[in-house]
Structures are given as C-alpha cells and as structure tokens.
Design a protein around this ligand. Structure first.
Ligand SMILES: Nc1ncnc2c1ncn2[C@@H]1O[C@H](COP(=O)(O)OP(=O)(O)O)[C@@H](O)[C@H]1O
Ligand SMILES: [Mg+2]
Length: 221
C-alpha cells in the first residue's frame, strides 16, 4: 500500500545542515502494523509528519497506492489526509467543550453537516473502544486512558486506510498502554487499517507486526 523510498530531511543550521533523515525506505501492506522506536530527537515525528503530508522531505518519494504524495498540491494533500489518514498523538487534543461523541464526529464536519450514518459510525466506534456508555461525557469527566480511546475513535471515524500514531501511550501507565495496544490490533483486524506507531515503550511495541529502530537517520531491524 505504501512505498517509502530514500527519504531525507535536512534543516538549515549554522555551518552544516542538520541531517535528520538520511535515506529512510520501507514498505507497508494494507492492514499491516509497523512500530518505529528510537531515541528522542532521532526524527520519528519528522518521519510521521512527512508520511502524513504535514511536512515535505528534502528528497525521496512516497507512493500511497498510485498517489505520489510529494507531488500533491496543498488542497489535494488536505483531501488525501481527510480521506485516507487518521492521526493519534501523545496528547488527545479533544475539545473540552464537546462531549465524547461530538469529539468523535469532529472530522466529519469538514464534509458538511453530520449525517445519521456519521452518528451511527461514531456510536459503533465508541462501542469498539469500550466507551459506549460514556458518549455524552465531557473530556474532563474521563480518565487519561479513556480520553485517548476517544481520540482513537475520532481518528477512525472516516474509515482511514492508515493510522499514524506518535507516542500514543506516552502519557499512560503500563496497564493502560496494553489496553490501547489491544485496541489498535483490534482496529487493524476489524477495520483493515494499517498502522505506523512511534513509541518508546518496548513492551507496547512488541504487540505489533514489525518493529524497526530509527537511529543516525536510517531505519534498522
Ligand atoms: N522545524 C524544525 N526546524 C529545525 N529542526 C527541527 C525542526 N523539527 C525538528 N527538528 C529537529 O529534528 C530532530 C528530530 O526531531 P523529531 O522528529 O521531533 O524527533 P523525535 O520525534 O524522534 O523525538 C531534532 O534534532 C529536532 O530538534
Ligand atoms: Mg517525537
């Protein structure tokens, strides 16, 4: 589904440029899950942002099915992100004034008014993440793990093909991290969504299909 080829990313710096990514290549199939580990500052978020069309590489190419991501104009990149990608971050980024179900429905607003099909999908996802009975609760009424599960339901509302997850359990303890890991695996299997998950947590990382480490700007097995 995705072919990442020889991605480099440099930032200008006094003297030598900062070469964060020095040739990153990998493939990911439909419904496959890949974990990226690596020290802080090794470029994991940079790589996810480039795959998510939120940042552009200095060189290299990414093919998503037949779409060459680096050739997309800004509008087309936004449409691609809306249709095909979901994002999960370390912080849940829920809107405090909206209930759980309203937060899950937020990405639908880009396409016009919320439909009853959208509402059914939101309820189905809250059920999958184990929060069916909390749909009308506000984020302040939920625990950290529950908020992150709402954020995961939100990331899935438009049936993305690929979820990009940047340290999704960074704020959670081991027990809650394991629960989130099981949830991602369930979504992979039931919704056939591919996953790229950045984490520092080796135990959490071991739950997924493949694990690679980013260091010195390249990926290692
Ligand atoms: N916009 C930017 N301008 C300059 N340097 C940046 C920018 N974004 C990230 N960096 C640098 O790139 C390196 C990798 O950052 P990042 O991808 O956030 O690492 P990680 O997510 O692995 O901790 C760091 O040294 C960081 O300071
Ligand atoms: Mg990061």
């Amino acid at each position: 589904m995705i072919e990442v080829r020889d991605i480099t990313k440099e930032y200008p710096a006094p003297g030598e440029p900062l070469r964060v990514l020095r040739g990153v290549s990998f493939d990911l199939s439909e419904g496959e899950s890949l974990v990226v580990m690596g020290p802080s500052g090794s470029g994991k978020s940079t790589l996810l942002n480039i795959i998510g069309t939120l940042d552009s590489p200095t060189s290299g190419s990414i093919l998503f099915e037949s779409l060459r991501l680096q050739d997309l104009a800004a509008d087309d990149a936004a449409a691609f992100r809306n249709e095909s990608l979901g994002f999960v971050f370390q912080d849940h980024h829920l809107l405090p004034q909206c209930t759980a179900v309203e937060n899950v429905l937020l990405p639908c607003l880009a396409g016009g008014p919320v439909t009853s099909e959208n509402e059914n999908r939101a309820q189905e996802l809250l059920d999958k993440v184990g929060l069916a009975d909390r749909s009308n609760h506000f984020p302040s009424e939920l625990s950290g793990g529950e908020r992150q599960r709402v954020a995961i339901a939100r990331s899935m509302i438009r049936r993305p093909r690929l979820l990009l997850c940047d340290e999704p359990t960074g704020n959670l303890d081991a027990k809650r991290s394991e629960k989130i890991g099981k949830l991602f695996i369930r979504l992979r299997d039931e919704e056939n969504v591919a996953l790229i998950v950045v984490t520092h947590n080796a135990e959490f990382g071991a739950m997924f299909d493949r694990c690679v480490t980013l260091s010195e700007g390249t990926l290692h097995d």
